[in-house]
Design a protein around this ligand. Structure first.
Ligand code: ZN
Length: 336
């Protein structure tokens, strides 16, 4: 369906001429069950991440030669034109290179999320971690309700989103979220999208740990840093520790992947280990050092050992578990 309202958006694009045509592809996605600060999500239990293959929205063929690649504005216009073919009538699109925002929100609401969440979050995360230029479009599909999100995910990607609020499709550089759950979901997926440009072979444990920090985070007063804070995932971590189901830090990191059957625990483990690094002022340092070392240290294990000047991760694991208990006590005291 081509919404009539999108004609104005598409019109200028027709002038571009469609220099290159489209392939259909969706190779990888991550999906999160998560919440914004206003929503306690402990009742949601399944399906935090998946990396899948299959068909999805069309995307432009990557230009073979950098010199022949259209400008980012042209790429965004072209993506907007493609997108308009798939969105339901009445959905809106705004183009703010390198971003294309669309969904069942008004243009004013899309603009609000662009200025109030996307720009400040990207700025803070780029200062802390990301150096690669955003030289391809990032598409963000924002839906106002569970139903609209679910319908769109089903129509666009044939996905069942029952158990999570957002996902990122790597091959399309496309985020799809239920923005009704809060800005935290958007920040989490944005971290994936930015990390994909900057550190594309980041192992899954770190990709999810880093991104999930920002599902619950606060800006410093100067707006330059985004600081992750504790959230509902602490309950999953504590429960795993109490039930002796928490694997060692060494196992989590060397495995690189989140275990599908233990997603809740592994997400919490990864997130809180990243918070542990953040609290020591080591998280951006680890990110950059790991990114530099990744060819010879694909899991990050060796980089962590070097940073902490230890031959194994065992002493870090002990300190981490102790810190988790102390953090839990702090949180409990604050909530009294
Ligand atoms: Zn994620």
């Amino acid at each position: 369906m081509l919404p009539r309202a999108l004609i104005l958006v598409i019109g200028p694009v027709l002038l571009i001429g469609g220099c290159y045509f489209l392939t259909v592809g969706r190779s990888e996605a991550s999906a999160e069950k998560q919440s914004g600060s206003s929503r306690p999500p402990a009742e949601f239990d399944v399906g935090e991440l998946e990396r899948v293959s299959g068909e999805g929205l069309a995307k432009p063929e990557p230009a073979k030669q950098p010199s022949s690649r259209p400008s980012i504005a042209r790429q965004c216009d072209q993506r907007a034109r493609q997108l308009s073919r798939y969105l339901a009538e009445g959905h809106r699109i705004i183009v703010r290179p390198p971003y294309i925002l669309a969904g069942d929100l008004s243009e004013e609401e899309l603009e609000y999320h662009y200025t109030e969440t996307i720009l400040p979050t990207v700025r803070a995360l780029q200062l802390a971690y990301f150096d690669a230029p955003l030289d391809e479009p990032i598409t963000l599909l924002l839906f106002s309700s569970e139903r609209a999100y679910r319908d769109a995910a089903n129509t666009l990607d044939r996905r069942d989103t029952t158990n999570y609020y957002g996902y990122y499709i790597r091959s399309d550089r496309r985020i799809v979220i239920n923005i009704g759950t809060g800005a935290g979901t958007l920040s989490h997926e944005l971290a994936h999208a930015l990390g994909h440009f900057d550190f594309p072979n980041m192992p899954e444990w770190f990709d999810e740990g880093l991104a999930s920090i920002y599902e619950e985070a606060v800006f410093t007063d100067d707006g330059l840093q985004l600081v992750g804070v504790s959230n509902w995932r602490l309950n999953h971590l504590l429960s795993a520790m109490q039930n002796r189901k928490l694997q060692t830090l060494d196992t989590l990191i060397v495995a690189r992947k989140i275990r599908p059957e233990r997603q809740e625990i592994d997400y919490a483990h990864s997130r809180y280990f990243c918070l542990f690094l953040q609290e020591r002022g080591l998280l951006p340092f680890f990110y950059r050092k790991f990114r530099a070392n990744v060819k010879t240290d694909p899991s990050g294990h060796r980089t962590l050992c070097e940073i902490f000047d230890t031959p194994t991760l065992d002493p870090i694991d002990r300190d981490f578990r102790k810190w988790v208990i102390e953090l839990y006590q702090q949180v409990r005291n604050q909530n009294r």
